[in-house]
Each structure stands twice: as C-alpha cells, then as structure tokens.
Ligand binder design. Structure first.
Ligand code: ACO
Length: 429
C-alpha cells in the first residue's frame, strides 16, 4: 500500500476538564468527527479542527495518485510518472486513471475509438462559442462550454448508472480539446476545424488548433502527449477537490468539471504557466534576472512557476518537461525566453530565500515555453492544462461517487462575527 499504515491509538487529555480520550489512528490519520466527543458540557458542540486552505486535512481515501512532495515522487495507480511519460500515451494513462489498471490492447483500441468518436461537439456549442467576443479568454469559454454540455446530455444526471456516467466521462475527455480548439480559432477569427476520428488524440488537437492542412512533426506530437500525461492527475489539488466538492452535490459530471475549469483558471493554479511567460517577457533579458529575484525577495513580485503546496523538492514533472523542451526546440529552434528561465532557476536555486522556503520549479515553469514553441498562444496554456487534467477530474469524480463514505461536501466554520444585536432603522444610523 502506498501510504504507510501506522496503526495504533492517540490519547488526548483535555486540560479544560482533565478528561482523557483515545482515538484510533488509521493510515496516519484520526477521524476529525471523533473530536466532537471532546466536550466541556453535554450541550457543547464538541471540538473541531481549524484548517483554512486544508493544509492538513485528508478529505478522502484515494487509490488514484500517490504524491510524496518531500521526495519529489509522483505515481498514477502505482506507476512512476517517469515511466508513463517515457513509455505510455495520454489515452492509455486516461484509461489507467479511470479504471485502475493498464488497458489490454483490445481495451485501449476500443477506448481510443470511443474517445475519437465523441470528439465532435453539437453545432449549438460551436454557435455559442462564436457568440463570444473575439478577445474572450478561452478558459471562460471552456467553463461555459461544460455548462452547456450538461444541458445537452441530461441523461448524465444518472450518476449511479454505469453506461450513462462512462459516456459522460469519455465525452468530457473527448470534447475538452474540441471546445478549446473552437475557442482558439474563434479568437483568431477563423472557422473551427472538425475533429478527424481517424487521427490520434494529440494530432487531432494540433489540427483542430492550426488547421486540417497542418502536418505536425511527430516529435511535437509526442511532446504534446507527454505534457498531457504529466498533467493528467495530481491528487487533491484545487481544481480536483473542486470537482469532488461540486460533484458531491450529485450534480452531473459536466457541471462538476465546469467548476473544475473555473478553479484551474486562477493564476495560483493552472493560470501560472501563462503568468510565467508574462514574467519572463517582463524580465526581458538574462542580465535582468538578479534584479527581478531581488524584487521577489522584497515581496514586490512572485516568482511564477516556483513553489508548490505539496512539493518541497523539485517537481518531477518539471524535470521531464525540461527534457521535452530540448526535443521540441530541436524541431522549432530555441525559444529565447528559455535562456532567461534557465538563469532564473539557477539564481533562485542558489539563493537562501528560496532554499529556506524549499521553493523549486513546478510543472508550470517550463510548460509554457513548450506550448509557445508549438505555436500555442499564452491565453491557451491553461486550456492545455485542462485538456490534460480531464482524466484526473473524471477519475476522481468517479471514485468519489463510488465511495460510500462520501456525502455532500460541507465544511464547518468558526463564527467570529457580532453577537446578537437589534436592528437599527435606516433613519437612526
Ligand atoms: N515566489 C516567491 N515567494 C514564494 C513563492 C513564489 N512563487 N511561493 C511561495 N513563496 C513564499 C511565500 O511568500 C511564503 O514565504 P513566508 O513564509 O516568508 O511568508 C513561503 O514561500 C511559503 O509559501 P506559501 O504561500 O505558504 O505556500 P502555499 O503552499 O500557500 O502556496 C503556491 C503554494 C500557491 C503554489 C505558491 O508557491 C505560489 O504562489 N507560487 C507561484 C504560482 C505558481 O507557480 N502556481 C502553480 C502551482 S502548481 C499548479 O497549480 C500546477
């Protein structure tokens, strides 16, 4: 088992009452609800934990992704990310995440066909995208697109029914790049390119973005597939826990994923890769790096693409992406911003401010450079992230729905507002 199971008990003495309690420890956790038995009086609500931003709260038991942030380890269903990035494909990884095992050749062939056949979107989705302003951010369009899909597939409300929900989950993976592609081309003032079910998934993405005549170099196709693999899941991150939380209301999975897209849009989450490129452009040249690092240390700027809630070591995905950069630049020529990024990393990794805080490059530090080399504009970077993360969102949603311990997600609060007081009429204020 991935997590160390330290079975045993925890004895707690409440110094307010002198009473002692014993709690069972399972997998390094105690049940938060058991703390409610710790009371000062019979009518006391009982003790709660206070954990803003969920810094130390496990919200679920999950068998999907194992992450050891201190040692820079990431595994999907037990398989190291390095092996998957080297040997697998994005659709194989998507199957693995959803079903728990690597597919047989027949299962993979069927899944590949199932996804390819589902990539086309209803004409009303294309019409809706075309109604947006040309400068609409594609993440806003994507978010709305998933709300629209929920209206087109009302049968997805049957979340307990396997055929209906599998249809929805495969649809989500299949249609994410198609809506992204329509939004991308609309922004450029060009007509959408329909998916071609005879093409593999990453080639389809590139053609839906750049035109049916675009003939991508296989090295670029592979680099894109690797990027998608690296983004496919990352346990209980902000957007995934959003998908679980919204999905816990038993809404259909398209709506839950629309919420996940919204969470991913934020600059502290999926929006960071776009922010990295903006930052690198602002720095402008290699010699300006030390000056920028000083600004970060003076709290005048954040070093985007650095730091992570869980990784306190080099993000293993950043290592793989850095290598993929070389393959892509072999085809496209080196992105001049790479030089600034490499210098920035070197300066930061040798600076006490970053060493002390264990701040290392995360997945977003280099991914934007590859996307840019592929010709993808920065406002589309987070859409690429969403395409990659779709299998993780749906696998985690499915695990949550099947988990008998899960209920509607509803945190507690510590109320710190005024005590009861009498209403004062507007004339008396
Ligand atoms: N640049 C400068 N200082 C930073 C950075 C950064 N990128 N990240 C963290 N720090 C500092 C904080 O100011 C804090 O310093 P302090 O203790 O002296 O106050 C310390 O490091 C700890 O950071 P926290 O903010 O407590 O870390 P948290 O886990 O809350 O935040 C986060 C993680 C949001 C990723 C943060 O590191 C950050 O903002 N990074 C930049 C944005 C980014 O790259 N996001 C992508 C994350 S990966 C992903 O979503 C795929």
């Amino acid at each position: 088992m991935a997590t160390e199971a330290h079975e045993g008990t925890l004895t707690v003495t409440d110094n307010r009452t002198g009473q002692t309690y014993e709690f069972v420890i399972t997998d390094g956790t105690i049940r938060a609800t058991e703390l409610r038995t710790i009371k000062v009086a019979d009518d006391d609500f009982g003790l709660m934990t206070y954990d803003p931003a969920f810094m130390n709260t496990a919200s679920c038991r999950s068998a999907i992704t194992y992450l050891d942030g201190d040692n820079g380890v990431l595994r999907y269903r037990g398989y190291p990310i390095e092996q998957l990035a080297e040997k697998s494909t994005f659709l194989e990884v998507a199957w693995l995440l959803i079903h728990g095992e690597l597919p047989t050749p027949a299962e993979l062939a069927q899944f590949t066909k199932d996804v390819a056949d589902r990539m086309a979107v209803d004409p009303s989705v294309v019409a809706a995208v075309k109604a947006y302003r040309k400068d609409a951010h594609p993440m806003g369009v994507l978010e709305a697109g998933f709300g629209q899909l929920s209206t087109l597939y009302p049968e997805a409300k049957a979340i307990e029914s396997d055929p209906e929900r599998m249809d929805a989950l495969y649809n989500i993976i299949a249609k994410m790049p198609t809506i992204g592609g329509v939004a991308f081309r609309h922004g450029k003032g060009t007509d959408p390119v329909a998916p071609d079910p005879s093409l593999d998934y990453p080639t389809n993405i590139l053609k839906m973005f750049f035109g049916a005549d675009y003939d991508p170099d296989p090295r670029l196709v592979r680099a894109l597939d690797i990027l998608l693999i690296l983004h496919a899941d990352h346990e209980q991150n902000c957007s995934t826990s959003t998908v679980r939380s919204v999905g816990s209301s038993q809404v259909d999975p398209y709506s839950a994923v629309a919420a996940g897209v919204a969470a991913l849009y934020g600059p502290l989450h999926g929006g960071a890769n776009e922010a990295v490129l903006v930052m690198l452009r602002e720095i402008g040249r290699k010699d300006a790096v030390p000056e920028f690092v000083e600004k970060v240390k003076n709290r005048e700027a954040l070093l985007m693409g650095f730091g992570h809630r869980v990784y306190k070591n080099y993000d293993p995905r950043a290592t793989i992406i850095k290598k993929a950069c070389d393959d892509v630049f072999e085809v496209t020529g080196v992105n001049p911003l790479l030089e600034i990024a490499v210098e920035l990393e070197a300066v930061a990794l040798n600076d006490e401010f970053f060493i002390q805080r264990k701040l290392y490059p995360n997945v977003d530090f280099y991914s934007g450079l590859i996307y840019e080399a592929l010709g993808i504009p920065s406002e589309m970077f987070t859409v690429m992230f969403a395409i990659g993360r779709a299998p993780g969102w749906v696998a985690q949603w499915l695990e949550m729905i099947n988990d008998e311990e899960q209920k509607i997600s509803r945190p507690r609060q510590v109320y710190v507002g005024p005590d009861e007081r009498d209403y004062v009429g507007i004339g008396a204020r």
